[in-house]
Every structure is written in structure tokens, then in C-alpha cells.
Design a protein around this ligand. Sequence first.
Ligand code: ZN
Length: 160
Amino acid sequence: MHIQKDKVVSIDYTLTNNHGEVLDSSSGREPLAYLHGNGGLIPGLEKELEGKVKGDKLVAIIAPEQAYGLRTEELVQEIPLKNFHDASEVKVGVQFQVENEHEVRIATVTAVGENSATVDMNHPLADETLHFDVEVMDVREPTKEEMEHGHVHGAGGHHH
Ligand code: ZN
């Protein structure tokens, strides 16, 4: 079975940056399972996996534009400390999730002033060229429920 839209794909992967540092890996864990063509993976990696079959191995080098995007200064914002639930926990390096109606972003505190904090909402992997070492472990049809939810259930997928 070939990887195409709406197949459930399981992959083992190691992600490294341009310097060969390992950023993430499925090693020692369940393979990552996702519903192909539904935004579960970064677009560049889904494109590379298209048409592959179980057992295929590939190395995919993904430019930032096809991964987590380029850094933008618009995503660096000054936020009044009174807007935080607990201002005493706002320290340089602390990360938290910010949600709007479109997406969830990881925000990192980069400076703390007397009345406000500077928060960087660029993805931690923005500007990075990503090197994926991937092995396709499985390709299967989704269940009816997985199709309705738009994501994978069970091992390696969502639990709810
Ligand atoms: Zn679900």
C-alpha cells in the first residue's frame, strides 16, 4: 500500500539540524503515527513520504519554509505582566502555550521587565533546515472514527 492522502502512516525517524545535532527521535518509543495529508506532519516531510511503501527508508532535507517557517519579528511581543496568571513564574527561558482560533504556538520568555515581559512566539525550530532520517514502518487504511476525527487513534497517535 502506497502512502497517499488519508492513509495511516507509522514512521520511525531521527531529526537532526544542519550541525548534525539530534533534535528529536522516535528511537526507544512507538513509531509516530499520523493521518497522511491532514496537516499531521510538516508539509515538506509529507511531500517526501508521498508514494512510499512499508519498509522504505529515506533521508529528507526540509527547508524552513516547508518546516516551521522563518523567524518573524512580529511574533516577538511585549506582554504586560498583569496578563499572566502568575507573574512570579514569568522568567527568561520559560515556555508556555498560546492559543488563538487558528493554532497553538509555543512562546518563550526572552526578557522580563518591571511591568512587562518580552515573549517570542516563533517556533523553536523556525529558520532551521531539518534533516529527517525516516523508515516507513506501516501504512494502513484509517478506521471510520479516525477519518471523522482527522487524526490517528491508538499506538503512536492521539489518546482521548
Ligand atoms: Zn479522535
